[in-house]
Design a binder for this molecule. Sequence first.
Ligand SMILES: [Mg+2]
Length: 371
Amino acid sequence: MTHEPAAPPGTTVSQLSETELLDAFLPGATTDGPHVLVGPGDDCAVIAAPGERVVVTTDTLTVDQDFATVWPCGYRTTGADVGHKCAAQNLADIAAMGAVPTAMVVSLTMPGDTQVAWVAEFAAGLSRAFGELGAAECALVGGDLGWGRELSVTATVLGRLEGEPVLRSGAGRGGTLVHVGVLGRAAAGLDALQTPVPGRWDGVPEPERTALHRAQLRPAPPVSVGAELARAGAIAMLDISDGLLRDVRRIARASGVSIDLDPQALEPAVHTLAHAGEAVGVDPWQWVLTGGEDHGLLAVLPVDSPLPSGVRAIGSCAPLPREDGPRGGGSSAGNGARQRRHERGTVTIAGRSPRQWFGRDVVEGWDHFEP
Ligand SMILES: [Mg+2]
């Protein structure tokens, strides 16, 4: 960005009118794109909706809940960090439907002492993320800037579909479980950011620590691969926001299937975290199996589908045996049986329950949810 700063350094948002603040915000934002018919400046934007269907999602980031202004390790979160993360988690949701992001609106609520420079960085970080993450068709077409006691950002993203939306519930006939993106790195980064310096993370070299911080602050979902997976025939998909095991289980339950993870296929992800894990006393499997916020894509493809570039098979997905039900009961099982079958959707690792495989509870409360 080569635009002039709209306000002298140190200016806070309460010193500007909303129009002046918008003047600081807009130059850093990508407000035009192939689907924008009317951009910012009117009461609403107007967006083309190819295919007559619109995919829509929304997500909020709140200070002290989703990020810290200053982390215990001393890192100060920038506006660009928050802009990037806000874009990343919303774009990942669109990608997870097999769709292509087309437009975003954002609502930024902030205390009056927020620096105007922070707001400009936020807009730039958000827009840069469109290009970096593979959402080149997406534009920021509007939003709202307002005051509140705490900093909070809500974005809504629209997307277009090329074919049918890919739901979590479509994997009933089974197939290959695939993943694209990173695993466990955002969780390791969160641990590092939350650890005071000097502390547990001192033995991890600075570049590695910084890379892990970045994985938490600026996750990199492979957004364009969502539509590629849909084209490759994906029958179920979601983005991993709450950890591999939890999100695999979401597909297993929604689809009524059993999913078996292949630990060998996860080894490379574990390997990249092995050194940090050893230095700080955390089993890297814990990060890989349970760490959230990486926003990689998890999908089920038919067994004979070719894998798009960067996509790896990490397990297999099989229909559950038919509900036992009353013998000879014919169709009496009906919806109730289908419901029970879905509740039985299971996740195993190399054929064993996560608890057996890991030797202890790998996700707190996991057993509580087990059938
Ligand atoms: Mg999601």
